[in-house]
Structures are given as structure tokens and as C-alpha cells.
Ligand binder design. Sequence first.
Ligand code: PEP
Ligand code: MG
Length: 317
Amino acid sequence: RRAAQAKAAQAPCVMADGTRIEIFANLGSVEDAAMAVSAGAEGCGLLRTEFLFLDRAAPPDEAEQRTLYARIAAALGERPLILRTLDIGGDKPVPYLPRIAEENPALGLRGIRLGLARPDLLDTQLRAAVSAIPGEQCRIMLPMIVDVAELAAIRARLAQALADTGRTAPVQLGVMIETPAAALLADQLAAEADFFSIGTNDLTQYVLACDRGNAAVSDKVDALHPAVLRLIGHAARAAAARGRWTGVCGGLAADPAAAALLIGLGITKLSAPPGMIPALKAAVRELSMPECVTLAERACAAASPHAVRALLAGAAA
Ligand code: PEP
Ligand code: MG
């Protein structure tokens, strides 16, 4: 029985109607990677590299980053590793970066904006990633993108990193959809990006104008808001029209009750903390596409997150 459970944990995730949904893990360390694989993760959908940069006096140099990324890649076997470039700045202070006072750090110099303001940090990271992570396993993802101009600037830097390291194998370059601008411009971004991953944590705070760290509005920061769901569906459709996939790596992907809704909106990969992988796989295996699509349509037509929750509870009953 235990052997059967272990086998189910490692088996690919397929819906009741045969639709393939990949279940990935969000990682922040080498230790997480081994844990994710034993939990049945089919890859890493989000490596939060900033965890490797915080709590230190100086940033890890290129050689140290190479070692870390290579160890995580090895722990994942051949499974895909989506490495997100540094998402520091804003309210995550780092001792070796000059602290600029910002009144609204969530709207400030964070994510890819910091990467473009400090290309030395970004280029070092890109070189380390493309030289440490082999072949098709290596995928790079960009946080806080708002338009194709930013993506084009990074694509040029990635090309330079490939040239500098002598790497010839291509590297997929994807964007996080976590600003309203990126979701609205998804058709343009899908023409230039290899994949999308929805950051529901930031997308929700920016769409609803609610600080995700402010306890006074924490009950309003709800990713099940129909405004957020419509943008997710909009982005996934734009990606599919270009033959690109869309995943979700924000907190909503870790809720097994929301899986049917996300799949109905066009999501084909979910990435969640390693501990959630078995429950997610079990939930997805029960689903079939027509019910997911109907649920998504109803949720997008609902008037509030509360109404969406009632739909989810009804679907599960
Ligand atoms: C998100 O915003 O949903 C996301 C996955 O990124 P982070 O939580 O690291 O900002
Ligand atoms: Mg984010």
C-alpha cells in the first residue's frame, strides 16, 4: 500500500478526462529541491533566488551562484527549473544595496526594475544560471514586468550572457504576470515570451489596490476576486493563442479547491510549496475539463470573492 502511494506521488498528474496538468514546486533553497522531488514535484515552477541573496553582507559572486544553481538543478534530476531573477528591492532590504527611501516600496524600484537599474547584478545572475543549469532544464523568469520593452531589454542581456559563457543551447525566457499592465498587454508579451506564470500574490494587491502586507486590508487581498480571475483568464487565452503555456506560481495555486477554477481559466501548470504537491495532484486527478470551464465562467461572472467561494464549495460538494 505504501508502495502504491509512493508510485502515485511520483506519477505525472493527469485529469480524469486525460488532460495533462503539470504540478511544479516553488523553491527557495537547495534543501527545498530534494523535498519537492520526494513529494512528487514535476519540476520547479519558481525558484525565488532572492532567498540566496538576503541576510548577507555581499551578494553571492558568479561562482557561488553557479554552485547553488547546479546543486538545485542536480537535486531536480532532469526536471525543468524555472529560475526567477532577483526580486529584491521594495520592502526587502539588502545590506549591500544603497537604501533608497521610498514612500510606496511596492510601487518602487523592485523586481526587474532593480535588475535593469543594477545590470551588474542581473548579468552575473544570468551568466551563472545559463552556465550552471544544463539543456532544456534551464528556464529564466522575470518578475514585475510591465511591457515588452522591458522583456526585450532582458532578452538582449540574456543573449549576451549566452555569448559570454559559450552556451549554445537555447534558454526559454518567460515573464511573471503580476502587474495589471502585464495582464492587459498579454497578447503583446505572448508574442515575445516563451511562457507566462501568474503571480497571484502581487497581481491581487495591484489589481485590488490593497497592500499584501497591510493587516488592515488583509481580508480584502483575495485572489478569488472576479477582477483578478478575469485578468488570469485574459492572460491565459492570449498565451494559448500564441501556443504558449500559462502557469500559476502565486499562493492561489497552492489551494486545491481553486485548481478546477484555474484550469478552467486556461492554466496548465500549478506551482506550489513542496508540502502541497500531493494534495494538489490528488485534487487535479478528480477533475474533468467541461466542469472546470463551467466553473470558471460562473466565477468570472460572480460579483465578489465571497460568491466565488460559494461556487467552489458547491463544485466540491
Ligand atoms: C506572486 O507575486 O504571486 C509571486 C509568486 O511572487 P512573490 O510572492 O515572490 O512576490
Ligand atoms: Mg510577486
